[in-house]
Design a protein around this ligand. Structure first.
Ligand SMILES: CC(=O)SCCNC(=O)CCNC(=O)[C@H](O)C(C)(C)COP(=O)(O)OP(=O)(O)OC[C@H]1O[C@@H](n2cnc3c(N)ncnc32)[C@H](O)[C@@H]1OP(=O)(O)O
Ligand SMILES: O=CC(=O)O
Ligand SMILES: [Mg+2]
Length: 532
């Protein structure tokens, strides 16, 4: 590994913003350059492999637990690293973008963990990315207090309770186009990971915690190995002992679901478990098998975690984790507290059922999207865990899951309804509009919508069109209606850009793998910026 050669330079291609110099220091950019030098090419190769695998699967190759790693799965002796300080009891984890106000609210929420999200909940404008790093630095330094221009005070609670910060960098498919290395944009994963690690790893260790991460959208064990190698080099470069980092991998693609054990194995010296990222998982199922009629899903609202194929996925995840001493963390119920009392109670009741099922199935904790859901999630997990920090001892030897179980989507049943089609179009458009204006998570009709749920909405429209469950004229008519409704409600909405984005990502003959790279390069990159 090139630890001694000088790194090739990373250039900043955007105009400097307030306090950006605290994050984009020459030493931090040098560190990012070293990571990009060491891993840029491997990342590109792995992205090509993603495409090759997608082609193989759409041509009918069977998806299987890999034969070549059966010895890893059969070997009962290996375990992941023991839980690191601050990550033993994870019964409630609140998620959200690394925005200052949300950060203070999350850190005061009473959750054990704050998952600061550069992925699904962040629209990666340059200001959101660098501003997010500043939020993290200030949060870790506990100097994040501020007062809004309206006089509202945001103060970290002084009762000594520490919510552990866990950072989710963007996925391997994305680039950070405001940083250039060797004439190419720097992989966004390395930027988000690298800047946080460079500035905050030591500070977190000194505070008795550590540099912790969530890793999104992995598709196979080789991507986990790449992350592990990134961690090894990053620790070596900063003189931090190997094995200090901890990372929880989101199992949110169908191809990663058949390699859960291998992913834990690759990361075992840095692993802190797996999370059931249900929304991207559904997106991945449709994207991977959208060409098959037996993978036609009904309305998004009708695909619940109790569908047999979703249960197979979560049961396998808990079993896999607990066999290896790793935490299994539950996913996100989409309901957020609403203004009207009846809707509020209904939302809480739905989330409660979801958390109860997870706790009873053996999960060690779960995600919530809103501070108002923290007490509920805590109460449910307290009921099952009591004083124990987790339930790793529940090895779930009763669980047997086959690949056929994971793929038994047909049993979800039911054709999409007119309302299901309309609502997917409405959600995709409204979310795209928010995202283009820099907001990566929004509440729409009492549901949290982020990049993963918006992907489901647009990919379902593509799937239903492809299989002629709905005709193009109907979709185009609904598109016009929903764009009119969007413009009426938000006169400032970017209607033309939103329409074009929807047409390119939901109506094209060939399905784009993600909507974000296209939307990012067209709309979020500040091309006019001068180098610095
Ligand atoms: C599929 C996945 O990947 S899930 C994980 C990624 N997605 C997320 O993390 C989404 C997290 N949730 C959110 O971003 C927000 O809850 C939203 C956008 C859905 C709704 O936010 P709002 O419209 O602001 O909700 P609401 O008005 O009820 O908020 C009330 C207060 O709670 C705060 N709040 C809401 N959600 C959060 C959160 N997740 N973290 C911290 N604070 C929060 C708001 O900032 C607001 O505080 P304020 O009164 O000081 O301004
Ligand atoms: O990242 C979480 C998901 O559900 O997607
Ligand atoms: Mg996700």
């Amino acid at each position: 590994m090139p630890t001694s050669a000088p790194p090739r330079q990373v250039r900043v291609l955007a105009a400097p913003g307030p306090r950006h110099d605290e994050i984009l220091t020459p030493a931090a950019l040098d560190f990012i350059g070293r990571l990009a030098d060491a891993f840029g090419e491997r990342r590109r190769e792995l992205l090509k492999e993603r495409r090759r695998q997608a082609i193989r699967l759409s041509a009918g190759s069977p998806l299987e637990f890999p034969l070549v790693t059966s010895a890893v799965r059969a070997d009962p002796s290996w375990r992941v690293a023991p839980p690191a300080p601050g990550l033993t009891d994870r019964r409630v984890e609140i998620t959200g973008p690394p925005d200052r106000r949300m950060a203070v609210n999350a850190l005061n929420s009473g959750a054990q963990v704050w998952m600061a999200d550069f992925e699904d909940a962040t629209a990666p404008t340059w200001n959101n990315i660098v501003g997010g790093q500043l939020t993290l630095l200030d949060a870790v330094e506990r100097r994040i207090d501020f007062t809004t221009p309206e006089g509202r005070e945001y103060r970290l609670r002084g009762d000594g309770r520490i919510t552990t910060v866990v950072v989710r960098p963007r996925g391997w498919h994305l680039t950070e186009d405001h940083l250039e290395h060797e004439g190419r944009p720097v992989p966004a994963s390395l930027v988000d990971f690298g800047l946080y690690f460079f500035h905050c790893a030591r500070r977190q260790i000194d505070a008795g915690l550590g540099p912790y991460f969530y890793l999104p959208k992995l598709e196979n064990r080789y991507e986990a190995r790449l992350w592990n190698d990134v961690f090894v080099l990053a620790q070596e470069l900063l003189g931090i002992p190997r094995g200090t980092i901890r990372a929880t991998v989101l199992i949110e693609t169908i191809t990663a679901a058949v390699e859960m054990e291998e992913i834990l194995y690759e990361l075992r010296e840095h692993s802190s478990g797996l999370n059931a990222g249900r929304w991207d998982y559904l997106f991945s199922l449709i994207k991977t098998f959208g060409h098959r009629t037996d993978f036609l899903l009904p309305d998004r609202a009708k695909v619940t975690m109790t569908a047999p194929f979703m249960r197979a996925y979560t049961e396998l995840l808990v079993r896999t984790c607990h066999r290896r001493g790793a935490h299994a963390i539950g996913g996100m119920a989409a309901q957020v507290p609403a203004g009207q009392p009846e809707a509020h109670e209904a939302a809480l009741a739905t989330v409660r059922l979801d958390k109860e099922r997870e706790a009873e199935d053996g999960f060690d904790g779960s995600w919530v999207a809103h501070p108002g859901l923290v007490p509920l999630c805590r109460e449910v997990f307290d009921g099952v865990l009591g004083d124990r920090p987790h339930q790793l001892d529940r090895t779930r030897d009763d669980v047997e899951v086959t690949v056929a179980d994971l793929l038994s989507v047909r049993r979800a049943g039911g054709p999409p309804t007119a309302e299901g089609i309309r609502s997917n179009i409405a959600v995709a458009l409204r979310y795209f509009d928010a995202w283009l204006r820099g907001q990566g998570a929004v509440a729409l009709h009492g549901l949290m919508e982020d990049a993963a749920t918006a992907e489901i909405a647009r990919v379902q429209i593509w799937q239903w069109l492809r299989h002629r469950v709905v005709d193009r004229e109907t979709v185009l008519r609904l598109l016009d209606n929903e764009l009119d409704a969007l413009a009426a409600e938000f006169p400032w909405a970017a209607v033309d850009e939103v329409r074009a984005l929807f047409e390119r990502t939901a109506l094209a003959a060939e399905l784009p793998l993600f909507f974000t790279p296209d939307a990012y390069s067209r709309h979020l990159v500040q091309r006019a910026g001068a180098g610095s």
